[in-house]
Design a protein around this ligand. Structure first.
Ligand code: FPP
Length: 240
């Protein structure tokens, strides 16, 4: 088990490979998401245990509505069940759960459950962002439109950052994507400008605590320059 420090405050996960995990076993894609939801709970708990302050997961993108209805329905049902469990065990976790994305098209039942959990979870130990009906481009457009509606004529980077769904979180230090794909898929596009990426072939439902350790160890081997140079890398002044 690794322990993180202030260099790794925020890990974001693209939970890919649920469908393939299920098909490999002759199961329905829905069964893959059910298993994926179990992995999600384990991963969030483990991240909290190792000292991560903020976790963001990509549960459902603005593009995922094009999937078969049975699959969309299962993901929404899994979220409802998770929220029900969270509500019952709220006292056990010092967590702050927030949904990022456009909630408007969600069912009334799901919206109510989200509202209840968001209002009752104000914990400080771990912030959990669940990206649902989320798209990075849509988020930036939303931020700009919010500013325009307040009469802003020109925007700065700070103004956009302050109007994103994640305004009160640090940007992700590390983005982990499972199942072998190496792309961002419209996830945290603005916030990921200086994130480190970790890709693994492991399918999301198979992801274990040891795999998170590997991702964290990989992160700590990286040199982050944020567009600058380290003091140790600066060219010494020429004597001439
Ligand atoms: C991507 O795998 C996964 C999703 C689009 C859904 C992720 C949802 C969950 C893990 C369950 C959500 C529930 C909670 C409680 C957060 P894929 O289906 O695209 O996999 P594939 O590429 O192998 O087909």
């Amino acid at each position: 088990m690794v322990i993180v420090d202030e260099k790794l405050k925020h890990i974001a996960f693209i939970m890919d490979g649920n469908g393939r995990w299920a098909i490999n076993r002759g199961l329905s894609r829905e069964a893959g998401h059910t298993q994926g939801a179990k992995t999600f709970e384990r991963v969030v708990k483990y991240c909290g245990d190792i000292g991560v302050k903020c976790v963001t997961v990509y549960a459902f993108s603005t593009e995922n509505w094009s999937r078969p209805k049975s699959e969309v329905d299962r993901i929404m049902l899994l979220l409802e069940r998770y929220l029900d469990r969270m509500m019952k065990r709220m006292d056990e976790y010092d967590v702050c759960v927030r949904f990022i994305g456009d909630k408007q098209p969600l069912s009334d039942t799901l919206k109510k459950k989200i509202q209840r959990v968001e209002e009752s979870s104000g914990g400080k130990t771990l912030r959990l962002n669940i990206a649902l009906n989320y798209g990075g481009r849509a988020e930036i457009v939303h931020a700009v439109n919010t500013l325009i509606s307040r009469g802003t004529c020109s925007v700065t980077e700070e103004m956009i950052s302050e109007n994103l769904y994640t305004a009160d979180c640090p940007p992700p230090d590390l983005i982990v994507r499972t199942a072998g794909e190496q792309r961002l898929s419209n996830f945290l596009m603005w916030q990921s400008a200086y994130s480190e990426f970790y890709f693994t072939d492991t399918l999301w439902p198979d992801l274990k605590e040891e795999d998170i350790d590997l991702a964290v160890e990989s992160f700590y081997k990286r040199t982050r320059r944020f567009g600058g140079v380290l003091k140790s890398e600066a060219v010494p002044k020429s004597p001439h």
